[in-house]
Every structure is written in structure tokens, then in C-alpha cells.
Ligand binder design. Structure first.
Ligand SMILES: Nc1nc2c(ncn2[C@@H]2O[C@H](COP(=O)(O)OP(=O)(O)OP(=O)(O)O)[C@@H](O)[C@H]2O)c(=O)[nH]1
Ligand SMILES: [Mg+2]
Ligand SMILES: [Zn+2]
Length: 347
């Protein structure tokens, strides 16, 4: 643990941390406090905060502050506590809790330019999972990229690429290997301009191996997957902001089994752009896409150009979102009644 001895570079913050315009603006409004930096790691109530690239990070309590890895924060002058989280440019948020009907958000990574959705080529393509991940990714405000890892272990990735590209309209799908290095340089290009890339995916798909390949040394621990089902062992237990050589940042995250929606702004529309495009061509504005005359969606399914499972999947996500919104409304009402109305976290 170190005290706040803060290097002053230029206007007082270290631009190499990837400061966003939103965060910088608020920081200026606050009078350009010297004690400001970026959260690089969170461990139960403690934040690790980088104030400059030239100094060891500070460790401090997050009392009363809702912090995520990647956040820009102002800290107390004594470096003991996070004082304020500066506005986020983007945030990847998922639903954390299913206890009772409490809807709680978990921000996995903040201030990211690109979200890499990682799937391993060694498992059958999981379209449904990718669809959910894409909804959250589009909602985050960052740009999604799909990365298919472990290319060294399979002969031909074409079928898996095609299958996942089918449910990722307008999204780049890349093939890579953290072991052979294939495709790694192309991934690095996404961090230009000191941008931040978050890597997300199930345990064992090779996120940390990819981080190590990108930074060029064994920065993150990795572990073998189970033989039978290729499941990982939840090796990475906390999200971490990792510096790329040159410029740019990565956020390695712990593998998550289930991807549950948080409130979706336009995430569903973006992730299902192909279906929404078809719906625009239905004869009736309130078409349910179920036997109505002039339904462009049913026509596409009949013609074999739209997989009915995709429509199904979208319908499910829309319903899940509606339930979530209902829960959020009920929760807000309950809070109002108790007079402790909290502000909803802004993405
Ligand atoms: N052959 C090969 N093995 C890989 C590749 N990427 C990852 N692996 C192996 O897959 C296993 C899991 O990799 P990790 O990088 O730990 O996976 P992770 O996604 O970080 O997993 P969690 O931290 O549990 O979420 C390790 O044994 C890696 O060596 C790859 O591109 N090729
Ligand atoms: Mg890992
Ligand atoms: Zn229709």
C-alpha cells in the first residue's frame, strides 16, 4: 500500500491512462484535482487505482462509491478513498442478482472502446450466447468484435465463423490463437489511440491467454480446461486493467456462465438489425409475425433466409427485458416509498 504521491504530467493527469473526454470534462469542472486516476482492479470493497504509469498504484476503500474496473476516479488527497466516479463513456453491464425479485446491475468494465466477445473454436458454436452478449455489447456504447480463439487446435474454422457471423450482423468476426499468435496483431490494432479493449466470455475460452499474447509476457494466470466439456476453472477471479506495450489497454475479466440482460437501450435493435430490417417491411405496423398476411419476417423464414430460432431468441430477449423493466419499476417505487430513492447507475 502506498500513499498518494502523484506525478503531475501536463495538465495534471496522465493522458496515457486513456482519459476519455467525458471524464476529463468533469475532472476539469472539479478544479483538476491532482488526486485522480483509473481503477485497474477491484477486490471486495477495495480499488486499485493507477494515477500515473510511472508509479505504483494506490490501494483504497470504495466507501460509498459504485466503481468498476476502467473507471476514472477522483480520490481523497490522502489517497485513502475513492471520492467520485467520473462520467463513463461506455460500460458493459449485466444483471448480477436473481435473488427474490431484486434487479441488480454489475458493471464488468467501464470506459471501453471495444468489447471483444470471445468464443473458443474447440466448442460447437453457441449462437444464443453470442446473441445475448451482442445485446449487452451494443448497449455498452462500445463497439463489439467477435474473436474465435484456439485456431491452432482445429483444421478449418470456416463453419464456426459462418455460424456465428449469421447472428452477428455488421460485426467483425476474427480468428485468433493466443498460443500460435495467429490473428493477435490484428486484435491489437483495435486499441489504437490509447483505447481500451474488454475481453469477455465463458471461463476457459482463452481470454487471459490472449491478454498474455497481446502484452508479450505471462501477465495473467491461465489454467487447463476440463477434458470432457472444455469448461474452464474460473482462473481469473477479478477484472483487471492491463497496459498494452506502446499504447492502449486491455481489461481481462473472469469467465461468466450466464449472460443476463440489464436494461437494454437499443441493444436488441442493434443485435437483431437483420430482423428489425425485415419487420420494417411487414404490411401491418403491429404485425406479430405469426400468420399475418404480408409479414416479411414469416416470408423470410419460409424462404429459408431467416432462421426461426433467431426470431424466437429475439422474442425471448424482448420478454426478458420487459420483465426486467417491470422489476426495476417496482424496485424504484419501493425505494420511493422508503424515501431512499437512489439514482440509477448511468451507463
Ligand atoms: N491450444 C490453445 N490453447 C489455448 C488457447 N487459448 C487458451 N488456451 C488454453 O485454454 C486454457 C484456458 O485458457 P485461459 O486463458 O485460462 O482461459 P480464460 O478465458 O482466461 O478462463 P477464465 O480465467 O477461467 O475465465 C489454458 O489451458 C490455455 O492454455 C489457444 O489459442 N490455443
Ligand atoms: Mg482468465
Ligand atoms: Zn411480420
Amino acid at each position: 500500500m502506498s500513499n498518494a504521491t502523484v506525478a503531475v504530467i501536463g495538465d495534471g493527469r496522465d493522458p496515457r491512462l486513456g482519459w476519455t473526454d467525458d471524464a476529463t470534462r468533469r475532472w476539469r469542472e472539479l478544479g483538476s484535482p491532482v488526486a485522480a486516476g483509473r481503477v485497474s482492479r477491484l477486490d471486495r470493497g477495495w480499488s486499485t487505482v493507477l494515477v500515473s504509469l510511472d508509479e505504483p498504484p494506490l490501494r483504497m476503500r470504495n466507501i460509498g462509491a459504485d466503481v468498476a474496473v476502467g473507471d476514472f476516479v477522483v480520490v481523497t488527497d490522502d489517497g485513502e478513498r475513492v471520492l467520485e466516479v467520473l462520467p463513463r463513456r461506455s460500460a458493459f453491464v449485466r444483471r448480477a442478482s436473481f435473488e427474490g425479485n431484486r434487479a441488480e446491475a454489475h458493471t464488468i468494465a467501464a470506459n471501453i472502446a471495444v468489447v471483444m466477445l470471445i468464443h473458443a473454436l474447440t466448442s460447437p458454436p453457441n449462437q444464443r450466447r453470442l446473441e445475448r452478449e451482442l445485446v449487452l455489447a451494443w448497449d455498452s456504447g462500445a463497439r463489439p468484435v467477435v474473436v474465435l480463439t484456439k485456431s491452432d487446435l482445429i483444421d478449418d474454422p470456416a463453419a464456426t465463423v459462418a455460424s456465428l457471423q449469421d447472428v452477428a450482423p455488421g460485426v467483425e468476426v476474427c480468428v485468433a490463437s493466443g498460443i500460435s499468435g495467429e490473428g493477435v496483431e490484428a486484435l491489437r490494432a483495435h486499441a489504437t489511440g490509447n483505447g481500451t479493449i474488454a475481453l469477455l466470455g465463458a471461463s476457459g475460452v482463452g481470454k487471459s491467454t490472449l491478454v498474455n499474447a497481446l502484452v508479450g509476457h505471462e501477465r495473467q494466470a491461465t489454467a487447463h480446461v476440463r477434458e470432457g466439456d472444455q469448461r474452464g476453472r474460473h482462473t481469473t477471479t477479478a477484472s483487471e486493467l492491463v497496459r498494452l506495450p506502446g499504447d492502449g489497454w486491455l481489461i481481462d475479466t473472469p469467465g461468466v456462465r450466464a449472460v443476463s440482460l440489464w436494461s437494454s437501450g437499443h441493444g436488441i435493435e442493434r443485435a437483431f438489425a437483420d430482423v428489425f430490417e425485415l419487420m420494417d417491411h411487414c404490411r401491418f405496423r403491429n404485425c406479430k409475425h405469426d400468420q399475418e398476411p404480408g409479414c416479411a419476417v414469416s416470408a423470410a423464414i419460409e424462404a429459408g433466409t431467416l432462421d426461426p430460432r433467431r426470431l424466437d431468441s429475439m422474442t425471448r430477449l424482448v420478454a426478458e427485458e420487459a420483465i426486467l423493466e417491470e422489476e426495476q419499476r417496482a424496485q424504484e417505487k419501493a425505494q420511493d416509498r422508503r424515501g431512499v430513492r437512489k439514482q440509477r447507475p448511468r451507463p
